[in-house]
Design a binder for this molecule. Structure first.
Ligand code: GLY
Ligand code: MN
Ligand code: MN
Length: 458
């Protein structure tokens, strides 16, 4: 545990959790877009089976977490305008001693009402009747179908019977709209409290990568290195990985979503690690690529520095008012220029950048950025009305250029000098009025830093 204790000392205190006032503010921003006879229904995702009676660790729907901070399974939130104000009701698993002995504690109805930003709580046993009643009083239902089929049925039954309900009572739902895109617009801009959570996820992930570098030697397997990173995620109080870690040495680093993580690393190889922790629902997403023996070869150094230059050019574009794809364009340009200079691409810059016929795509075939937040690939339309979105303060995105020379690929002639080298460098960047803020800046990245850290214990 010594190494983890040393690593932990580099991390500051955990931030304050998101306050109930902030959840209420988020709710009100959404409700202000609704009419008074609208109804919002939000379901937590169901539990999924790992095998027989063993479940996968539960992770709720991010929209539910965003609006309520409620992480429990088998829950439904509804919001309705009652007596002059929007009122939020949560249906939850009731207290049940026998179930809690086996499966763990439940807040139950009383816990939900006393601790969460809601107005009413009921047991799931009351859901069908109460939801049907609420629906019958509404004209429009905001509901995302496909998460809980039994809730979908209640909603579609009500819509199917609307003619009758309208005839009898003069009310009843006439439309369903998916609220996801409205919630996504809110989630796209992070509040100071959200940024605090993301900063904690980021520092933990940064130091986890550093711990992996420091603990490495030339007799390691990918899974041993993975265990240090993921072990530290848990040790430091996060809920673990935000997405399955990619830990690939040598040619495995040229497989973008490599997942086996079970090869023995060879002296002279570069390992690519794409791993990030989730903290209070918020993701971080870091990739580092480094030589397992602590020293880049000349060829590895050339490619590493080129990717790093492209990443820095992309980060510099993360400023308010730039289109979201400005970092991607900047990264591609630097990479193409560098590959032309190294003789890997024999096209003009313009030709190399062509999205269909340019040779850059042979070696850099993915995007540079995605939004990050409660989901690692966070919500938010990139091209509202067909035009690239302009970056705003509080938006958060990854910058992750890479070059991949898989000589196992039959579709390209891989330059022998760079055979089976895969390099990606990924950081998480917050858009601020003072320019880009790299949330994952604590993670070693320069060639000098990496060479002095790999194999050197804390
Ligand atoms: N870790 C997945 C990604 O970088 O997008
Ligand atoms: Mn990413
Ligand atoms: Mn990643």
């Amino acid at each position: 545990m010594g190494m983890f204790d040393n690593a932990l000392s580099l991390i500051g205190p955990e931030p304050e959790p998101i306050s109930n006032d902030e959840y209420r503010t988020r709710q009100n921003k959404l409700f202000s877009q609704f009419e008074e006879d609208d109804l919002l229904i939000l379901c937590s995702s169901p539990e999924t089976i790992h095998s027989n009676d063993v479940h996968h660790p539960y992770r709720s729907q991010s929209d539910m977490i965003y609006l309520t901070g409620w992480y429990e399974p088998e829950s439904v939130m509804i919001a309705q305008f009652i007596d002059g104000k929007w009122s939020v009701t949560l249906f939850v698993q009731p207290k049940d001693t026998l179930k809690e002995i086996w499966e763990g504690r439940r807040p139950g109805v009383e816990g939900a009402i006393s601790g969460w930003p809601i107005d009413h709580a009921y047991s799931n046993a009351d859901l069908h009747e109460r939801l049907t009643q609420s629906i019958s009083k509404s004209s429009k239902i905001y509901h995302r179908t496909g998460i809980r089929s039994e809730i979908d049925s209640i909603v579609t039954d009500a819509i199917q019977h609307r003619g009758r309900a309208r005839q009898m009572a003069g009310s009843g739902p006439i439309a369903i709209e998916d609220p996801s895109s409205r919630i996504a617009e809110l989630r796209l801009r992070k509040s100071p409290a959200e940024i605090d959570q993301m900063k904690y996820a980021s520092i933990v992930s940064s130091i986890a990568h550093e711990a992996a570098m420091r603990s490495c030697n030339t007799d390691r397997t990918e899974n041993q290195i993975q265990s240090i990173i993921e072990g530290f995620f848990v040790f430091s109080g996060t809920s673990g990985w935000a997405y399955p870690s990619i830990v690939g040495c040598g040619e495995n680093a040229t497989i973008l979503h490599y997942k086996e993580n079970n090869s023995r690393c060879k002296d002279g190889e570069v390992i690519l690690i794409d791993a990030g922790a989730e903290y209070r629902g918020y993701a971080s997403d870091i990739t580092r690529s480094w030589p397992i023996n602590g020293k880049f070869t000349e060829a590895q150094r050339e490619i590493y520095q080129l990717v790093l230059d492209s990443q820095e050019a992309a980060i510099a574009e993360c400023v308010i008012g730039n289109p979201y794809n400005a970092p991607h364009d900047a990264a591609r340009k630097v990479l193409a220029e560098g590959l032309i200079k190294l003789g890997i691409i024999n096209q003009s810059l313009e030709e190399a950048l062509d999205i269909n016929t340019g040779e850059l795509r042979n070696w850099y075939m993915h995007n540079t950025s995605h939004w990050i937040g409660l989901d690692v690939h966070d919500v938010g339309v990139y091209k509202p009305n067909g035009e690239p979105r302009l970056l705003e303060e509080g938006m958060c995105l990854t910058i992750e250029p890479g070059l991949y020379f898989g000589s196992w690929r039959p579709d390209v002639n891989c330059p022998a000098k760079y055979s089976n080298l895969g390099i990606r460098i990924e950081d998480d960047v917050l858009i601020t009025s003072n320019g880009p803020e790299v949330l994952t800046a604590a993670c070693p990245k320069t060639i000098d830093d990496i060479e002095s850290i790999v194999g050197t214990p804390f």
